[in-house]
Design a protein around this ligand. Sequence first.
Ligand code: FAD
Length: 473
Amino acid sequence: MTQTEKVTDTDVLVIGGGTGGYSTALRAAGLGLRVLLVERDKVGGTCLHRGCIPSKAMLHAAELVDGIAEARERWGIKANLESVDWPALVATRDDIVDRNHRGVVGHLTHAAVEVVHGSAELTGPRSARISGYGEVTARRGIVLATGSRPRMLPGLVADGRRVVTSDDALFAPGLPESVLVLGGGAIGVEYASLHRSMGARVTLVEAADRLVPLEDVDVSRHLTRGLKKRGIDVRAGARLLETVVLDDGVRATVRTPRGETVTVEAERLLVAVGRAPVTDGLGLAAAGLATDGRGHVAPADWDRLETVVPGVHVVGDLLPPPSLGLAHASFAEGLLVAETLAGLRTAPVDYAAVPRVTYSAPQTASVGLSEAQARDAGHDVVVNTMPLSAVAKGMVHGQGGMVKVVAERSGRVLGVHLVGPNVSEMIAESQLIVGWDAEPSDVAHHIHAHPTLSEAVGEAFLTLAGRGLHQQA
Ligand code: FAD
């Protein structure tokens, strides 16, 4: 410490101002604790500045573009897409991000959280040094919320031009005419979908044998079918063997599941092969901590999200599975840790009941166990799958999709899986169904509005309860 640097005492020090960190800070301050939040970039973190919000803003614009094609091709509405004014689209996106950012800053100010701009390095189990600020000691505890960054494949270097990550893709001066997306998880699928809507030729390569491999197999099947129908060249079970960066693009050699070698040329290679936890410069060892084999900081006590060092907690993308690398999971973790530090007894995060969404066209939304996970866990399982086209509103949308319910034979619902238009807005009831251990007959008792897409969810449960109307058991 230099002589000019001060020492500040606080109750809680939160390192990282993303969704995990700022939610912890807001709740802890709301409970009367003195909170210092240190952020080296902008509060809001990945989700607000490089993730959820800008990507969903662009996907909304993409949906509007798709709507023009549907209007013309399906409904006889004589509309054509003239062009996409990229700077205007980006300006609207950035305005949404800016307004959200100002909102978060306002909430933190209102809650009297002291926000410090700088990089924090732990100096002990209850202390840290913040660049340009000084030493901070935390009486109640320290919360590590340093998040994640894009993972790169060995041998590939993101140059922000030809080989890009989801971060670079946001700030590129425009969308390419062709793109090879590497990685068929949520981020890869969303970016593939966005580029296709905007008119790009898209190849999507996933090493696992199916897209969104952590989801139910029927989700992958319907999603793949929907993306292929839109003209995306989906290659699951394929491996990238080599990439050559050219002046005007990339040339990639890919091995297909059949063992053939194909060459894919594209203006851009977008690498979306997962996220790596951020701990560089954090000084974990000084606090008596270390990362696990994948770079995460694992809690010793998941009920309190507390590490082996008492008083040091972890939230957000820094956590290993079963945490999910999702903003809404990190909000729940932030609430839990803040309340724990304030001496309250809060129920642990129920990761199995956290909804998971892919905002592509079609969308996927799921909660709970897949059919395979339920069987592997030893449940005696019944399954009902209902196409969205079986209800009138599904026909109006004309985009296919399905509802799949996984339940115990004479018991509770274990999982609900949706694919189709706007299913992100339909998953909320299923998350209550799974979270509250409801049985199909409990759900079947409740009436869904007609005609809606969510009627398909109601119908799927009616059938499982032996009362099917438009679908017989
Ligand atoms: P981050 O948001 O990464 O925040 C960590 C912060 O810590 C950063 O701001 C960083 O600057 C700061 N920091 C790091 N080290 C230090 C240090 N030593 N000192 C000071 N500050 C430090 N999730 C969803 O739920 N829904 C979605 O639709 C969704 N879409 C996504 C789309 C994309 C393209 C991406 C990349 C992610 C998406 N996610 C989505 C995931 C979501 O963004 C993350 O789960 C979430 O941002 C994690 O929050 P966090 O607080 O753990 O970390």
